[in-house]
Design a protein around this ligand. Structure first.
Ligand code: ADP
Ligand code: MG
Length: 383
């Protein structure tokens, strides 16, 4: 009881401190697949009270007989979505607020974490019939921008890139690898295509095409790689008149479909080294190390250890709204992966992000007469 009370007091202290924000962590359970059913698998996950995930501790029927009773472990998250959850519900709970923030000039990041087959790409990209977070976010942006463009001008630019084997590639215009360049607080991929989008319809096609450009592994010819990270960046620029000034406000939304987590789950140093030696997803490992360093409140966060963490430097633990969606399968056949994903997500809950006191705003021009102001206003409306 004492432990519980202490934990509650600590949670209270955390929320009372207005200077710090927590990363939001959600879990999405996908339906059992036909393949899993045919393999005779049983569900080992239950979602309770919209927030709790209950993982039964036995992994197989044999274990169950041996243990003679059901034991389990509870995890609690900001939301836990059962397998009946729609794409729209996922979008509204996880990302809609971030989109609103981006329009106000605050950066936001959503990433999907989980084993291969757990539902990351379904959540992020989705299908033509059931578009995912990436498409719904852009649709929402377009409709919000349309409602607000009476007082200024918005532009929406998209870029879509992949990190595979520590190589960064443009998914909208495949070609030579891109170099990363440090630019003030952010890292940018030099030469990355910035696609100016005008409607939602073109976006799904564009992203699906982009996804086809993701690196496939030689052994799984028809599948997009489970070892590549796909990052969609949406940059919204808003130019408006504020009194006599023209102000440009820029917000960036990053939507990230991470590589499968199944091979980067080592927690002790020795296994980590052997994984690195085997060249297994350095970026995912580096992300875990950054999460650990952030949780432990370390001064030095090892962002420079991989391409992914370099790119996410301004999106993790910084002044950014961050959401993590952990994807899991219900099947007891992937019990170990699910357990690891839930542990990782549980840990990520502890990351603090700084309060958002400043927005990315720049006053571009100060007209000194009313005619200048009128001219600028005309210019804005023309674009
Ligand atoms: P990952 O990207 O994590 O490897 P996918 O998103 O490709 O996994 O999902 C694996 C399979 O499960 C796909 O066929 C996908 O369409 C299906 N799937 C995943 N999540 C859901 C869901 N919530 N509802 C219906 N089908 C899903
Ligand atoms: Mg995928």
């Amino acid at each position: 009881v004492g432990g519980k009370l202490k934990a509650a007091a600590e949670v209270g202290a955390g929320t009372a401190d207005a200077a710090e924000n927590r990363i939001l962590v959600f879990v999405r359970l996908r339906p059992m697949s036909r393949k899993e059913k045919e393999a005779g698998s049983r569900s080992c996950v239950k979602i309770v009270n919209k927030k709790e995930v209950y993982l039964t501790e036995y992994a197989s029927e044999n274990d169950y007989l041996r243990l003679k009773r059901v034991r389990g472990r509870h995890f609690c998250f900001d939301s836990a979505f059962p397998d009946s959850t729609t794409q729209a519900e996922i979008y509204n709970t996880s990302t809609a607020d971030l989109v609103e923030g981006v329009l106000q000039g605050r950066n936001g990041t959503v990433f999907c974490y989980g084993a291969t087959g757990a539902g990351k790409t379904y959540t992020m990209l989705g299908t033509m019939e059931n578009p995912g977070v990436m498409v719904l976010a852009i649709k929402d942006l377009f409709s919000k921008v349309r409602q607000r463009s009476y007082d200024g001008n918005h532009s929406i630019q998209l870029s879509y890139l992949e990190i595979y084997n520590e190589t960064v590639r443009d998914l909208l215009s495949p070609g030579r690898p891109l170099h990363l360049r440090e630019d003030k607080q952010v890292t940018v991929a030099a030469g990355l295509t910035q696609y100016r989008a005008y409607s939602t319809d073109e976006v799904m096609k564009l992203l699906q095409q982009g996804n086809k450009n993701r690196t496939t592994e030689p052994t799984r010819v028809n599948e997009t790689s489970s070892r590549s990270h796909a990052i969609l960046q949406v940059i919204v620029e808003y130019r408006f008149m504020d009194g006599v000034n023209i102000v440009t406000r820029v917000g960036k939304l990053s939507l990230i479909d991470l590589a499968g987590s199944e091979r980067a789950l080592a927690t002790d140093q020795r296994t980590q080294r052997s994984i690195e030696g085997a060249n297994i997803n350095r970026s995912l490992l580096a992300l875990s190390n950054c999460v650990n360093a952030l949780v432990e409140g370390k001064k030095h966060i090892p962002y420079r250890n991989s391409k992914l963490t370099q790119l996410l430097k301004d999106s993790l633990g910084g002044s950014c709204n961050t959401v993590m969606i952990a994807n899991i399968s219900p099947s007891n056949l992937t019990f170990g992966e699910t357990q690891n994903t839930l542990h990782w997500a549980d840990r990520a809950k502890e990351i603090k992000t700084k309060a958002l006191t400043t927005t990315n705003e720049e006053v571009l021009n100060v007209p000194d007469s009313e005619t200048d102001q009128a001219k600028l206003l005309l210019e804005l409306q023309k674009e």
